[in-house]
Ligand binder design. Structure first.
Ligand code: PMP
Length: 438
């Protein structure tokens, strides 16, 4: 018999009732809701290392890690100390500060971008990168892939992944038809579709944006050479290649998703976007690229972009501390931990006869409840969401907090130690059995 760790949820349920009265769906970001799996989201009151504690006092091994940022685990003592010291110096000045310069230098050192501009969310980063691409090229059209999520930017919501996929939200609700008409949505990993789009619209395409290695329809790696092909196609047609590394940056590898292919094959995106890990759990994100392109931004150039809290000293201090502590040993630990969890999940789902496909991109991975391979949004959408919901709740009841969606990556941290991993592995037989009978 397996220990049931999640004994009571009365306090979370009471908070959720209050939340729904004052906030749509009771959550401030749709992916946090349990709409796709049923039940009550846990209200977390504290977190430490690999563990979350909810309002009822239940502990969970965290496989969400704030949807990516918590690379080092929660409440890392060194990050915390530097953040506390930054807070004591005042929280926002509206002037340039040293931590911004140092975080920018760190990002420039780790990635192929030459200059960066800080913003407060991944959405702002992709929105601003697209404006910059349009300003620099004098063109309007944007190409994206179905199942990729780039934040809730009007022209990028079309056929998007993450919460848009989970809730099957019509991608264009509230988005002007004129904005949607400027977006071409293509199937991922489909070179013919890319060739056809550029043949038909090449001179009007400002940019193609893609996740460096998609994680928002589950993890769907680019087929070998696909990103290089995209970079080359953009170059040929005078369009800009934007690699969105909000999720993968400083996470998939030390050099992000680019570390898996671009760094090896020798190509560089024109623009990149970052978020999550580089904010160390605070609202911070960035976009960057070649110096000549970034020179189009105000105050150097005519493309306007700004933000009251951009480069906030507390957020950039947290991000800088996180990146400086993200050593090769950290990435090796993430790799090993992810491999152990993936293998155990595959073993138990296999033994229970549950169709599944485990896919990886560096230290990121996800589990599709369908036979594979999964190469695009159409194949990802075959996932058995009922089986996933049963699996999810069985894991939650045994103290493991998975993403409440079958279309999300699972995230581990440097703090996921043997105790956390064995809690996950011990929960798998019952969860696989639940999925098999869903
Ligand atoms: N791009 C990607 C690849 C993402 O994964 C996300 C968030 N999950 C975003 C952009 C948007 O970032 P934010 O939620 O900070 O606006």
């Amino acid at each position: 018999t397996t220990a049931t760790i999640s004994t009571s949820t009365a306090a979370s349920r009471a908070l959720f009732d209050r939340a729904r009265a004052v906030t749509p769906g009771g959550v401030n970001s749709p992916v946090r809701a349990f709409n796709a799996v049923g039940g009550t989201p846990r209200f977390i009151t504290s977190a430490s290392g690999a563990w979350l504690t909810d309002a009822d006092g239940n502990d969970y091994v965290d496989l969400i890690c704030s949807w990516g940022p918590m690379l080092l685990g929660h409440a890392h003592p060194e990050v915390q100390a530097q953040v506390m010291a930054a807070v004591a110096r005042g929280t926002s000045y509206g002037t340039p500060t040293q931590p911004e310069v140092e975080l920018a230098e760190e990002i420039v050192a780790r990635t192929p971008v030459e200059r960066v501009r800080f913003v407060s969310s991944g959405t702002e980063a992709t929105m601003s990168a697209i404006r910059l691409a349009r300003g620099a090229t004098g063109r309007d059209l944007v190409v994206k892939f179905a199942g990729c999520y780039h934040g809730h930017v009007d022209p990028l919501l079309a056929e998007a992944g993450s919460g848009v996929a989970t809730l099957a939200v019509p991608g264009t609700s509230g988005v002007p038809a004129s904005s949607a008409a400027e977006t071409l949505v293509l199937p991922y990993n489909d070179r013919d579709a890319v060739r056809a789009a550029f043949a038909a619209h090449g001179p009007r395409i400002a940019c193609l944006i893609t996740e460096a290695t998609p994680g928002n329809m589950g993890v769907v790696p680019p087929e070998p050479g696909f990103n290089a092909f995209l970079a080359e196609t953009c170059r040929t047609h005078g369009a800009l290649f934007i690699s969105d590394e909000v999720m993968t940056g400083f996470r998939a590898t030390a050099q992000g998703g680019w570390g898996l292919d671009g760094a090896v094959e020798g190509w560089v995106p024109d623009l990149m976007t970052f978020g999550k890990v580089m904010g160390g759990g605070f609202p911070a994100a960035a976009f960057g690229g070649r110096s000549d392109l970034m020179a189009h931004l105000a105050p150097e150039g005519p493309v306007y972009q700004a933000g009251t809290l951009s480069g906030n000293p507390v957020a950039t201090t947290a991000g800088l501390a996180t990146l400086r502590l993200a050593t090769p040993e950290v990435y090796a630990h993430l790799d090993a931990t992810a491999t152990t969890i993936r293998d155990a999940v595959a073993e138990h789902l296999g033994a229970a006869g549950v169709p599944h496909t485990v896919q990886t991109a560096g230290t990121m991975f996800s589990v599709f409840f369908t036979g594979g391979p999964v190469r695009d949004f159409a194949t990802a959408s075959r996932t058995d969401t009922r089986a996933y919901a049963a699996f999810f709740h069985a894991m939650l009841d045994q103290g493991v907090y998975l993403p409440p969606s079958a279309y999300e990556a699972w995230f581990v941290s440097a703090a996921h130690d043997d105790r956390a991993v064995s809690t996950i592995i011990d929960a798998l037989p019952a969860a696989a059995a639940a999925a098999a009978t869903a």
